[in-house]
Design a protein around this ligand. Sequence first.
Ligand code: SIN
Ligand code: MN
Length: 293
Amino acid sequence: MRLSKEQLEQFDREGYLFFPSLFTPQETATLNAAVPELYSRREAYNVRERGSDAVRTNFGAHMYSEPFARLGRHPRMVEPVEDLFGEQLYMHQFKINGKMAFEGDVWQWHQDYGTWMNDDLMPTERAMNVAIFLDDVNEFNGPLMFIPGSHKKGVIDAKHDLTTTSYPLWTVDNDLIAQLVARAGGKNGGIVSPKGPAGSMILFHSCLVHASTSNLSPWNRVSVYLSLCAVSNHIRRHKRPEYIAHRDFSPIVCLPDDCLLKDYPVSVPWKHGLPASALQTTDVPFADAKQAA
Ligand code: SIN
Ligand code: MN
């Protein structure tokens, strides 16, 4: 899928693009069906909400689940980002966020690039999130909130918040958020939250400031996030485990557009468990991909 001139201009201005119902219910059905079993696994890659068994985020499913491995090579998700960067991409991070009914906790205001820079030493912001809804998203089940245009600020000061939720995040303080929202139009569009049916897709800039509230509704809000990074912009440190920040910088090769409807063969190297190396971490940076090997 290729972006039009109007879409490229809108992305530049607002920092995100929303594609309601881009995937059909038939296409999301196999993905949805695989989630409960993946969430039931007692593995490091399932991060649960604080004080609850509900999964907050599942990491790296494209490495051990065939339906999600196909999604990670879907041209509708990957090609628009290739167009925006004019370069091939590798998978930096792959998440299935639960935001489960009644239990899904907040995501504080943050930029994803803040974490990728501070933790993973990703050199620049040439990485992008592409999200697909696996459940309908409405105003009650904790939709993503964006501050339009906030990506133009570049990297914003952030603090490492290790306590608010079960997952550490580099977060932006409230005063700065208030300023950014005012600058983006205050009550007239200073915060937006794209909502729509399962199968909708959002593409957003890695410096776009975003958050989501807790889910007090009886409806799950499962969404999958592909964080796609330009190959030349690969991370320079393995401070986080490999299931969170991937270490294979080879370019993604897309499957045909009907890859969620047909069982195209895909490699799932972690199908029989995480290798010990995926848990190993180091604070020592490396200079390039050769040294990472
Ligand atoms: C994220 O910011 O990475 C996740 C936010 C959400 O799923 O609401
Ligand atoms: Mn984020």
